[in-house]
Design a binder for this molecule. Structure first.
Ligand SMILES: C=C(O[C@@H]1C=C(C(=O)O)C=C[C@H]1O)C(=O)O
Length: 99
């Protein structure tokens, strides 16, 4: 099976000393947010496709061991990271996640 490799470490960001420097960082934040939204949409679609496949194959709705492994990765971002990971898992469940 193909594995997605870990992304390269991020370069340090020098603290800007003027408004132009701040504006430049804001351009990068806007680009990062757009990419984050795109990736969340992609992640949600991937998760829902797997959920639908498992439903039609008669498998479980949720695989807790896999979800724990995913939350481990988000733990690197601190307590808010775990919350974020849980939100992403909930988005992936979509209709399947509702009782
Ligand atoms: C997508 C899957 O199904 C569910 C959704 C997951 C997710 O969004 O990452 C993880 C585990 C399962 O509860 C999977 O098993 O990989």
């Amino acid at each position: 099976m193909r594995h997605v490799s870990e992304p390269a470490p991020l370069p340090e960001i020098p603290v800007p000393s003027d408004q132009d420097g701040i504006d430049l960082l804001r351009v990068e934040i806007d680009a990062a947010d757009a990419e984050i939204v795109r990736l969340i949409q992609r992640r949600t679609a991937l998760s829902q496709a797997i959920g639908q496949a498992r439903k039609s194959l008669g498998g479980p709705r949720i695989v807790y061991s896999r979800e724990m492994a995913i939350l481990d990765r988000f733990r690197a971002l601190g307590p808010a990271g775990t919350d974020l990971g849980m939100l992403l898992l909930a988005m992936g469940r979509g209709k399947l996640g509702r009782k």
